[in-house]
Design a protein around this ligand. Sequence first.
Ligand SMILES: NC(=O)c1ccc[n+]([C@@H]2O[C@H](COP(=O)([O-])OP(=O)(O)OC[C@H]3O[C@@H](n4cnc5c(N)ncnc54)[C@H](O)[C@@H]3O)[C@@H](O)[C@H]2O)c1
Length: 343
Amino acid sequence: MTDNAPAHAAGPRTAGTDRASRILVTGGAGFIGSAHVRALLGPDGPGGAVTVLDSLTYAGSLARLAEVRDDPRFTFAHGSVCDAELVDALVADHGQIVHFAAESHVDRSIAGGADFTRTNVLGTQTLLDAALRHGVSPFLHVSTDEVYGSLPHGAATEESPLAPNSPYAASKAASDLIALAHHRTHGLDVRVTRCSNNFGAHQHPEKLIPRFLAALLDGDSVPLYGDGLQIRDWLHTDDHVRGLELVRTGGRPGEVYNIGGGTSLTNLELTHRLLALCGADSGRIAHVTDRKGHDRRYAVDHTKISTELGYRPRTDFDEALARTVHWYRENRAWWEPLLPARC
Ligand SMILES: NC(=O)c1ccc[n+]([C@@H]2O[C@H](COP(=O)([O-])OP(=O)(O)OC[C@H]3O[C@@H](n4cnc5c(N)ncnc54)[C@H](O)[C@@H]3O)[C@@H](O)[C@H]2O)c1
């Protein structure tokens, strides 16, 4: 079977378990969704049935789900969140939704925003319509700190205004508001999370850390946007998944929860750490023209999820970054075919 062939169709494997406990994970073949699915079906998971709905775009890969594919509680449904008929059939069979499916790369949204509006906005609407028809609790909508826009100082709380700048961030902000409107209007149990920049194994090499690692491991220079002084908060997927589970199991309907990692770095600082971990020097940095409309600084305040649900990031950033570097060193066969073709 190729990496992107559907594992098996949706349906029969979920029979016999209680609908309320069955979880539909959209975008579960993606970077973060697959980490959540592996945790849900892992030894510390809740033990119920999990169905992944994923259209396997360039960003989706069943290889990320290899360790759960033979689990009898796991089902894979190949299709789009925009396919109303398929979504209706799946939601009718699942009591909970964790919604990751999205077009997620800012640079692609700058090149063309239509897929972002289609999947991130209309796909979310399609899921919400089905969730209302069949009753779902919770509908956990996974969003991003990018909806708050660039902050010159301070950190965004859940009450901060939404000021998205890229087409990607705008599509996510639109979907957040539509999801929350379904709570306020219809009483649907919608919970929204907004996390910072994720890192870890299995991330597509179009994103900063794996892209730079792929270049360094190939002896190339790393293309750093502008002066590299853009500031991001970094969150390991393990911490993100723990935060998502706290919200899924204990969050309040209609509420937004920020999930941060607690390590704030400029892209230049991050690049120097990657260079050091790969035994390279700053001569390998190639400053390239900055991304259009590049947000200068993101920062999230995660006091609410910490106070209400006991969240705290447990991952040591430097140790986790070293582990991530190790994973990319050891898994070239996974990421190499995903690199853009070279002339
Ligand atoms: N990666 C980050 O740092 C980050 C930060 C904040 C928020 N988020 C959000 O978290 C979620 C997951 O991000 P990720 O980094 O894992 O993304 P990803 O790009 O790795 O994965 C997205 C997944 O969605 C699937 N998908 C795309 N369009 C689809 C459609 N129409 N129907 C069904 N499946 C579809 C893809 O095949 C892929 O498997 C997204 O909603 C993203 O906005 C990500």
